[in-house]
Design a protein around this ligand. Structure first.
Ligand code: ZN
Length: 405
């Protein structure tokens, strides 16, 4: 009798877990479909019997996770009911932490932003106090958004510096605890936390919202103060064993003798980056060059965004520097094109604002190193996404982890 009880109980438990798994399958199928689905259409995807599918759909409707959405017109006159996900019950929080700015948004599954706080002044420091500031900032937003906690699936964080996506460890910032940062934050915020570096988050936004939506094999470059890359292979972001894949800025593709922050010389990021643009600009001006960007401004205070802006206004010196940099980047990228044969390269980050001026010189550089056939197959675009890239990509990390997008 005792054994019977145990057996029937475990059967009940296993039934429950099987049904929960089947419900997840239904939710994922509805989430990934662009149109509402009928029971037979759902069944084709989730491979569950008709009575079970109907039973589970009804339970999901009771839980307000699924909605009926009218009837489908068919040729034989039958009009089966259509079902869709109640997206108002599926949200994620996206946080972008950069050196001087922090942004946060509550994002619905369809990428609609429910609440956002963009570019809040902030100073990223590797201290417990700074981590507490981040935690309070997220807690405040959780309170303000007025969405039931059960309808927030998790929090995605894009953090500058090196991050191990798989373990949730951060190596440059908030690394003073024994346990991985994601694990610690999950305990503190009582929500599942996913962490990746800002460049991978940018790549994910291009995949979810931007021009890499349909791309199978693509490279998304983050050319801002530094230089990084997201590799998309067969529609998946390549993380590598520890999440470090895409450290393009530290590849030895330059003759530069300048010492990089990684401790080595010859890193591409010392030649192609916002930092390098500022250095080159200062050297040209000190050598007698004249530029719109240095009018009425102290040389030390000129940032690479000012130089890009001046180039867009037709400043010869700035255009020259950007084109030289573009050509160097193109020559380095040509090697990656030969290695990975992508169909698309997206130039993201601040340098995207230089548009054709930058991409044309990248193409010139690539012609020198890439093989003709993969080059013919390739398109180069500049990112069209705005500042929302960071937090949208960070929130998308949560939906991706739950296999909803
Ligand atoms: Zn380096």
């Amino acid at each position: 009798m005792w054994l019977n009880n145990v057996l029937s109980e475990s059967e009940e438990v296993s039934n429950k877990s099987r049904q929960a798994k089947q419900k997840r399958k239904i939710i994922r199928a509805l989430s990934k479909s662009n149109v509402p689905l009928t029971i037979p259409e759902l069944q084709k995807q989730v491979r569950i019997s008709t009575p079970t599918t109907i039973k589970l759909i009804n339970e999901l409707i009771t839980d307000l996770l699924v909605l009926e959405e009218g009837k489908k017109e068919t040729e034989n006159g039958r009009r089966p009911t259509l079902y869709t996900l109640n997206i108002d019950k599926f949200h994620a929080i996206g946080v972008e932490i950069l050196f001087k700015r922090i942004s946060i948004a509550v994002v619905r599954l369809d990428q609609k932003v429910i609440l956002e706080k963009q570019d809040i002044n902030f100073r990223l420091e590797n201290t417990p106090e700074c981590l507490e500031t981040v935690i309070s900032f997220i807690q405040e937003t959780l309170k303000e958004c007025q969405i039931g906690k059960e309808h927030i699936l998790g929090i995605g964080i894009g953090l500058t510096g090196r991050v191990n996506t798989l373990t949730g460890e951060s190596y440059n910032f908030f690394n003073f605890r024994e346990e991985p940062l994601a694990q610690y934050l999950t305990k503190r915020l009582k929500k599942q936390i996913f962490i990746d570096n800002d460049t991978h988050v940018m790549g994910l936004s291009e995949q979810v919202l931007g021009q890499a939506k349909e791309a199978k094999n693509a490279l998304v470059l983050n050319v801002s103060r530094g230089l990084g890359m997201t590799i998309i292979a067969h529609k998946k972001i390549v993380t590598g064993g520890m999440g470090f894949a895409g450290e393009f800025g530290h590849m030895q593709m330059s003759n530069s003798e300048k010492l990089c922050i990684c401790g080595k010389r010859g890193c591409l990021g010392m030649e192609v980056s916002g930092y390098a643009l500022e250095e080159n600009f200062k050297s040209d001006i000190s050598g007698g060059g004249i530029s719109l960007a240095s009018n009425n401004k102290e040389l030390e205070g000129i940032r690479y965004d000012d130089i890009i802006e001046a180039a867009n206004e037709g400043d010869g010196l700035s255009i020259n520097l950007l084109q030289q940099m573009g050509e160097k980047l193109g020559m380095a990228l040509g090697n990656i094109v030969n290695l990975l044969n992508p169909e698309l390269i997206i130039i993201g980050g601040k340098f995207a604002q230089a548009g054709y001026m930058f991409t044309d010189s990248i193409k010139t550089g690539m012609n020198k190193t890439a093989l003709t056939i993969p080059l013919r197959y390739l398109t180069i675009k500049t990112s069209q996404l705005g500042r929302e890239t960071g937090y949208i990509g960070a929130s998308a990390m949560v939906f991706k982890q739950h296999d909803l997008i």
